[in-house]
Design a protein around this ligand. Structure first.
Ligand code: ATP
Length: 462
């Protein structure tokens, strides 16, 4: 209403009558300051809101999607790295726990404690071989500053074309200690796919790398059905591993001498003579590969058996791998008297050792190892002294006396064993001849037994 409509109302103020006392002038409507959120530069000049274009929105959306994807990829990569790292780290850590330098890893019990109340046979899987190789690989890599990728298993024979496993698989394998020998410790390693191999971790090998590789190639070249094949090896400055087929029935030594007291099934004559023949043929094959080729360590723990009790010769050529620093503190009861340096074993020295092995099969007695300069049981000497006194029957293993019609065969084999273990190398037969003679002995007595059996069958029944 116009101003004059209020004439006479002196108490009124505001609106068309003007400001009331203490009131400030109102801001004109539509000015920038009156808009909510006012004051932005974008609003200056008429109060119009500036909107984002469709292209900008699409750009922001695509960028965000890429950002999220990048973040996810980064997370995935980090997770993978974390899940693989502990495996090898754990193996290396285990290796450190075990000392990784010393070769004196004892069989472990269920809880990983040293053998103690658990027997060696009861030793369970611990990642010992894996740790050994892992630590070796890690150590080598650390020293050279290089990657572990170049460290490989070198395979022989048909496996060289298509290796069935690699070092990584071996590192992941669980392992148990099979035993400790003069050249190192042997492990059974079971891989993730369930296949088993025997891994020998060598000690005292200080040959230069080219020489080691040359010698191991000669060992790996021996591929024969009666010789446990060396499948692969691993070489680094600090670690040398040999990989063999795992022989499930263990060694002749364990079968002959293990659990005698506790009523085990004795090794029958047929099996013993078959083992003798297979081992003789295996060693004869090694000798046939060259005039100086020898096994170098024939003994009953190096004659292994398949699940069908077929014998195979193992660990041939290992003495050629050890350096001058190798000096066993014990003299093996199988060692020929002329051998003063085990790195120089001849074929005739092998024949002597094989003769001792035959005596072991016949007598059931193990030739004991002697501490240097002291006497152990000299099996050839003991047998000769008994035979000289005409107590021949006393010589044989009691477990063999239960078998009928094999005495002749046993005596013939005893004679061959004595010939092989002659003191003078020239008096010993060649290994090929030894194999032929065992074959003949077995054939003749087999013929006799068949005749005897059929004669028994012909007898009229009562
Ligand atoms: N390939 C294999 N399969 C099954 N058992 C094996 C294999 N190789 C070795 N062994 C067993 O592992 C144990 C230790 O063997 P290793 O060869 O290290 O010592 P050794 O034969 O007693 O002595 P050396 O070192 O003088 O040969 C032995 O009982 C042996 O029979």
């Amino acid at each position: 209403m116009p101003k004059d409509s209020f004439l006479g109302n002196t108490g009124l103020c505001g609106g068309p009558l003007g400001l009331c006392p203490g009131e400030s002038a109102p801001t004109p409507a539509g000015s920038p300051e009156s808009q909510p959120g006012a004051g932005g530069a974008a609003d200056v000049g008429g109060g119009k809101k500036k909107k984002l274009s469709g292209g900008a929105i699409a750009g922001i959306a695509i960028g965000s999607v890429f950002g999220v994807l990048l973040l996810l990829a980064l997370l995935f990569f980090l997770c993978r790295k974390r899940s693989s790292a502990p495996r090898s780290a754990a193996a290396v850590e285990k290796g450190r726990e075990l000392g990784m330098g010393p070769m004196d890893v004892e069989p472990k019990g269920q809880n990983g404690s040293a053998g103690g109340h658990n027997s060696v046979a009861a030793a369970v899987a611990v990642p010992t071989a894996a740790a050994a190789a892992a630590a070796a690989t890690a150590t080598a890599a650390a020293k050279t500053g290089g990657s572990t990728g170049s460290k490989k298993l070198i395979f022989f024979g048909p496996m060289a074309v298509a290796p069935p496993f690699d070092l990584e698989d071996l590192l992941r394998a669980s392992a148990e200690v099979l035993g400790k020998g003069a050249f190192g410790t042997a492990y059974k390693a079971v891989m993730e796919n369930g296949s088993a191999v025997a891994v020998k971790r060598l000690k005292d090998v200080d040959l230069p790398e080219p020489e080691f590789r040359e010698r191991i190639a000669a060992i790996g070249a021996v591929q024969h059905e009666l010789v446990v094949p060396l499948r692969a090896y691993y070489f680094s400055k600090d670690e040398k591993l040999l990989v063999y087929d795992y022989m499930s029935m263990g060694s002749l030594s364990a079968l002959l001498h293990g659990n005698r007291a506790s009523g085990r099934t004795p090794l029958d004559w047929e099996t013993r003579s078959a083992v003798a023949l297979a081992a003789a043929r295996g060693v004869a094959h090694i000798h046939s590969t060259g005039p100086t080729a020898s096994h170098g360590n024939i003994k009953s723990s190096n004659v292994l058996l398949t699940k069908n009790y077929e014998a195979r010769v193992s660990d041939h050529g290992l003495p050629t791998l050890v350096g001058p620093s190798f000096s066993p503190t014990r003299v093996s009861g199988y060692r020929a008297p002329e051998v003063t340096d085990i790195r120089r074993v001849s074929q005739k020295a092998d024949v002597y050792s094989f003769g001792v092995l035959l005596l072991e099969l016949l007598t059931g007695k193990a030739p004991t190892h002697a501490v240097v300069n002291e006497e152990g049981l000299d099996l050839p000497r003991w047998v000769q002294s008994v035979v000289r006194e005409e107590w021949t029957a006393e010589v044989f293993d009691q477990e063999l006396l239960r078998y009928q019609n094999v005495e002749e065969e046993m005596v013939q084999l005893l004679q061959l064993a004595i010939d092989c273990s002659a003191q003078h190398p020239d008096r010993r037969p060649a290994m090929s001849e030894v194999a032929t003679r065992i074959d003949e002995i077995r054939r003749s007595s087999l013929g006799d037994r068949q005749v005897a059996d059929s004669a028994e069958g012909d007898e009229p029944s009562l």
